[in-house]
Write a protein that binds this ligand. Structure first.
Ligand code: FE2
Length: 135
């Protein structure tokens, strides 16, 4: 599976959020790499847990900014974040249950979710936050 290649097109114009996105992309890419090389599921599970922690921190930061600045798309994003968190808990459980192979679905879901989250959903707040001085 191809890794996510970060370029300027991924920037949401808020430095702190870009940094968090970059760290998450690195972890998702590490997972994609592990899937290709069939690494032990325990190592995958650890990386998945780490990614989940980074993701939870990031989604919380975003929600705080959205509330603070009165972003109109808050409730839609909040729902997507909750759905993602539910899914990743399932994935962590599944990975721990599978001793040798980890379902490929996990990696493709993560890649698709984060790409869509950054490039489609988060891009919607870029101008909104920038116009209000959050950069
Ligand atoms: Fe985000």
């Amino acid at each position: 599976m191809e890794k996510i290649i970060w370029d300027e097109g991924f920037s949401v114009g808020v430095r702190h959020l870009d940094k968090q996105h970059q760290q998450i992309v690195i972890l998702v890419n590490t997972l994609i790499e592990m899937n290709d090389t069939e690494v032990d599921s325990e190592i995958i599970s650890d990386t998945l847990t780490k990614m989940t922690q980074f993701a939870n921190d990031h989604l919380k930061t975003e929600e705080q900014y959205m509330l603070e600045y009165g972003y109109p798309g808050y409730s839609i994003q909040k729902k997507q974040h909750q759905e993602f968190k539910r899914k990743t808990v399932d994935f962590c459980m599944e990975t721990m249950a599978h001793k040798v192979t980890v379902p490929t679905e996990i990696f493709s879901y993560l890649k698709l979710w984060w790409t869509n989250h950054i490039l489609t959903e988060d891009m919607k707040y870029k101008e909104f936050f920038n116009a209000r001085g959050l950069k």
